[in-house]
Design a protein around this ligand. Structure first.
Ligand code: HEC
Length: 113
């Protein structure tokens, strides 16, 4: 008796597991990325600039030069910080970091217009 309900419960868990894995894990949302950017990044990177270290801005040319022109590279600097830029992994979720990285890349490709 008890064994059957346990089995059903396990089957249910298994089904839920499959459902959750079949969703795209991190669908990026650049609209949300824009919001994160305005709150956390615009203070130093207004319109893709860099008010602290001018050369290390978010324009495509600089991102390419410093090998920051990928979601992975941008997510990594946002999560872990670098020199005068602080780390955001305790303040932003993985999803928010991915979203803001995608937004930065999208804006860079559009020339921040
Ligand atoms: C306190 C100011 C400050 C804030 C706020 C800030 N940054 Fe930065 N950011 C910097 C500085 C300074 C650098 C240069 C780091 C270095 O390489 O020495 C930098 C570098 C970068 C770079 C690499 C640019 C390049 O050309 O190499 C990216 C991408 C970036 N920041 C994205 C972000 C994002 C996204 C946020 C918001 C989550 C953010 N930053 C918040 C100061 C800031």
């Amino acid at each position: 008796m008890c064994g059957k309900t346990t089995l059903q419960f396990i089957l249910l868990l298994f089904t839920l597991l499959i459902i959750s894995f079949s969703q795209p894990a991190l669908a990026v949302d650049t609209t949300n990325g824009a919001k994160v950017f305005d709150v956390h990044c615009a203070g130093c990177h207004i319109n893709g600039s860099n008010i602290v270290r001018r050369g290390k801005n978010l324009k495509l040319k600089a991102l390419k030069k410093y090998e920051m022109d990928s979601i992975e590279a941008i997510s990594s600097i946002v999560a872990n910080g670098k020199n005068n830029m602080s780390a955001y992994k305790d303040r932003l979720s993985d999803q928010e970091i991915q979203d803001v990285a995608a937004y930065v890349l999208q804006q860079a490709e559009k020339g921040w217009r």
